[in-house]
Design a binder for this molecule. Structure first.
Ligand code: BTN
Length: 323
C-alpha cells in the first residue's frame, strides 16, 4: 500500500482527532518528510486535512466523499477491486463495466461513480443515483459457473452488503428475495446482476454485479419515502462511503472464493424477510399469491402455490402481502 493510502487510513481511524506527523511516520516506518509529502498529495486530491499546531493532522468529516485512495486503503482483497475506476459521473456503472468486459478487462475490476445519470434497476426500472446520497458501483466477474448458477452471485452480493452495512452502521439488515437489502422494513439497497453467456462454452463469459446503497437522506417524494430508506435514516453513525464500498467488496470476495460450497446460503436464509410469509410472486407481469416456504441452495425461492404444490422459483420478484 502507498504511504498516501496508509496515511489516509490512519487519519480515518482517528477521524475528528489529531495525530502527530511523527507518530504517523513511526507507525509506517517512514520519514516525517514523506508523511508531509503524502498529506500534501492527499490535500491536492481534495481531502480536508487540518494541521493543528503542536497536535498534528486531522481529517475532517467533510472528507467522506468517495475517493480511489480511500477505497484502496480499506480494501483487503486479492481479486476484486485490484483494478479500480472512480468516475465523477456516468450513465450507469453496469454499462461501463459491460464495455470494459467486451474489451477484455480483467476479472475483479471495480467501477465506482459519484453520480449516475441513467442508473438502472431490475425489470427496466430507473435507479435514482444522486451525488452525495448513495454509493453506486459495479464489479466485473468471470466465474466458472453455468448461466443458471449466476443467480448465486446476486445472493452472495446481498449477503456481502448486509455484512458490511451491519458492521459499519451497527444495524441489522434483511434480504427480500432475491436481491433487495432492507432496513427497518424499507429498501436500502438494490442489486442488478447481468450475465453474458459464452456461446461456445455454454457457460458464463462474464457477470456484472451492480450495487446501489442509499447512504444519506435524500429528498424523496412521498411514494418513495414509504418504501425506501437510507443508512442515515436509521443511525447517527457517520458512514464513510469509500469504507462502505471497500467493506462490501471485501465481504463479497470472501464469499466468491468459495461460492461453489454455497455456505453463505444459510446466512442468506437467516436474513430473509420473506420466508414464512404469504407473498405475491411476480413474473412476466403476472402476480400470484403464494406461501414462501424457504430458499434453496441455488438461491431459488421455494413456495407453496395456489394449488398447494411446491415450486422452486428462480426468477422474478416478490412483494410481501400486508397481513
Ligand atoms: C434494483 O433495485 O432494481 C437494482 C438497482 C441496482 C442499482 C445499481 S447502482 C450501480 C449499478 N449501476 C446501475 O445502473 N445499476 C446498478
Amino acid at each position: 500500500m502507498s504511504v498516501k493510502a496508509e496515511v489516509i487510513r490512519i487519519l480515518e481511524e482517528s477521524k475528528g482527532e489529531s495525530v502527530s506527523g511523527s507518530c504517523i511516520a513511526k507507525q509506517l516506518g517512514v520519514t516525517r518528510a514523506s508523511v508531509n509529502k503524502a498529506v500534501a498529495a492527499l490535500r491536492a486530491e481534495g481531502f480536508c486535512i487540518d494541521a493543528v499546531t503542536n497536535r498534528g493532522y486531522r481529517l475532517t468529516w467533510e472528507s467522506s466523499a468517495v475517493s480511489s485512495t480511500q477505497i484502496e486503503a480499506f480494501l483487503n482483497t486479492s481479486i476484486l477491486g485490484q483494478k479500480l475506476y472512480v468516475l465523477d459521473t456516468v450513465d450507469s456503472t453496469n454499462n461501463y463495466v459491460k464495455k470494459l468486459a467486451a474489451e477484455g478487462e480483467s476479472e475483479g475490476t471495480l467501477v465506482v461513480a459519484k453520480h449516475q445519470s441513467a442508473g438502472r434497476g431490475r425489470m427496466g426500472r430507473e435507479f435514482v443515483s444522486q451525488k452525495d446520497t448513495g454509493v453506486y458501483f459495479s464489479l466485473l466477474l468471470r466465474p466458472t459457473l453455468c448461466i443458471d448458477e449466476a443467480l448465486l452471485l446476486t445472493s452472495a452480493a446481498a449477503v456481502a452488503v448486509c455484512r458490511a452495512v451491519d458492521a459499519l452502521a451497527k444495524v441489522r439488515t434483511e434480504i427480500k428475495w432475491v436481491n433487495d437489502v432492507y432496513l427497518g422494513g424499507k429498501k436500502l439497497c438494490g442489486i442488478l446482476t447481468e450475465a453474458a453467456s459464452g456461446f461456445e462454452s455454454g457457460g458464463v463469459e462474464y457477470v456484472v454485479v451492480g450495487i446501489g446503497i442509499n447512504v444519506a437522506n435524500v429528498p424523496l417524494d412521498e411514494t418513495i419515502k414509504s418504501i425506501a430508506t437510507s443508512i442515515s435514516d436509521n443511525t447517527d453513525k457517520r458512514i464513510n462511503s469509500s469504507e462502505l464500498i471497500a467493506c462490501v467488496v471485501n465481504e463479497l470476495e470472501k464469499i466468491y472464493k468459495n461460492i461453489g460450497t454455497r455456505e453463505f446460503m444459510s446466512e442468506y436464509r437467516e436474513r430473509s424477510c420473506v420466508i414464512g410469509k404469504r407473498v405475491n410472486a411476480i413474473r412476466a407481469g403476472v402476480s400470484r399469491e403464494v406461501y414462501a416456504e424457504g430458499i434453496d441452495d441455488d438461491g431459488a425461492l421455494i413456495v407453496i402455490n395456489e394449488n398447494g404444490q411446491r415450486e422452486h422459483i428462480s426468477s422474478g420478484e416478490v412483494s410481501i402481502r400486508a397481513v
